[in-house]
Design a protein around this ligand. Structure first.
Ligand SMILES: Nc1ncnc2c1ncn2[C@@H]1O[C@H](COP(=O)(O)OP(=O)(O)OP(=O)(O)O)[C@@H](O)[C@H]1O
Length: 303
């Protein structure tokens, strides 16, 4: 891990499939030790971005660098461990045999027993790979991605098919990898994972980067805040709908929940209506709501 070049450098990278611009002018730099979530809805271009990064697809325009070299050079040098969504596992081999093969191919391999234990597949080491459950197969893919000492670990939707406990164990292992100075890049559409695990979140939409920052920064970028309060008696929604900066309103029983792009002004006007809100709470958006707000704003800009 002795490099001054960025771990990943995308410069104006584009990739189209016919009319579809899967990746559209993406410029991006990743640094050592970052845990980065690539977040986006279906079809946002996450898998294509990772394929370009790994040299599995060629860019139409722009350049992709890994550790100051080409993706191929970096991968041959064992600097990258990858776990892809569709990576087929060989059929008639056991888990241990497959992991041994990955260790043999890596220039700086770990011991097979160590790799099996870390990925939580030691107990199923003698099982044939084609007899595994979806979650077990994902863990084996993870073992293959961590068979040696790589500086960058790339994971495409790694926890698909894992139950909650397995998912938590998986991320704990991943955090250890990051704590040792490795860069971890993972694609996900689970916002809670990006929020809990990543120290940097890249929001991708239609192949373009809409936001790049910590989860907190992305929530702040969405701007809006949630305001909730209770009102006594019969609630007349009409004046509430006229509150300034209001973007959504939901009235349920005595409780009113609104979203506002300027919560201070909205609450001020609420008192101005002569109402007496009880249990008033003002909170930031969750990452999920921020993500919806950012992508909706982009859709509106484009239409
Ligand atoms: N081989 C291909 N041929 C044609 N179109 C493709 C191909 N691969 C991807 N696409 C299209 O490119 C766009 C980006 O796809 P990509 O798989 O990169 O997105 P994604 O964010 O990984 O989506 P998901 O979360 O569903 O895996 C989509 O519109 C997809 O339909």
């Amino acid at each position: 891990m002795t490099t001054t070049a960025p771990v990943v450098a995308f410069d104006q990278v584009s990739k189209a499939y016919g009319e579809v611009r899967a990746v559209d002018g993406l410029t991006l730099t990743l640094h050592p030790g970052e845990t980065v979530a690539l977040l986006g809805p279906n079809g946002a271009g996450k898998s294509t971005t990772l394929d370009l990064l790994l040299g599995l697809k060629a860019a139409d325009n722009g350049s992709v660098g890994l550790f100051g070299a080409t993706p191929r050079e970096a991968i041959v040098g064992g600097r990258v461990g990858a776990m892809l969504q569709t990576g087929g596992l060989m059929d008639e081999v056991t888990v241990a045999e497959l992991v041994r093969l990955a260790c043999d191919l890596h220039p700086r391999p770990y011991r097979v027993s160590e790799v099996l234990a870390r990925a939580g597949v030691a107990q199923i080491a003698d099982r044939k790979v084609n007899k595994l459950s979806g979650g077990q197969a994902q863990r084996v893919r993870f073992a293959l991605a961590t068979a040696g000492d790589s500086d960058l670990i790339v994971l495409d939707e790694p926890t698909t098919g894992m139950d909650v406990t397995t998912r938590q164990a998986f991320w704990a292992t991943m955090r250890e990898q990051a704590d040792q100075g490795r860069t971890v890049l993972f694609a996900t559409h689970y916002l809670e994972e990006a929020d809990a695990v990543a120290d940097r979140v890249l929001v991708l939409h239609r192949g373009r980067l809409l936001a790049d920052g910590t989860a907190a920064e992305i929530k702040a970028k969405a701007g809006a805040r949630r305001v909730s309060f209770d009102l006594e008696g019969t609630i007349d929604e009409t004046p509430l709908r006229e509150l300034p900066f209001l973007t959504t309103i939901d009235v349920s029983g005595q409780t009113v929940r609104i979203q506002s792009s300027d919560a201070d002004a909205t609450v001020h006007a609420l008192y101005g209506l002569g109402l007496y809100p009880r249990n008033l709470e003002v909170a930031g958006l969750g990452l999920e709501q921020a993500f919806v707000a950012i992508t909706a704003a982009e859709e509106a800009k484009q239409s």
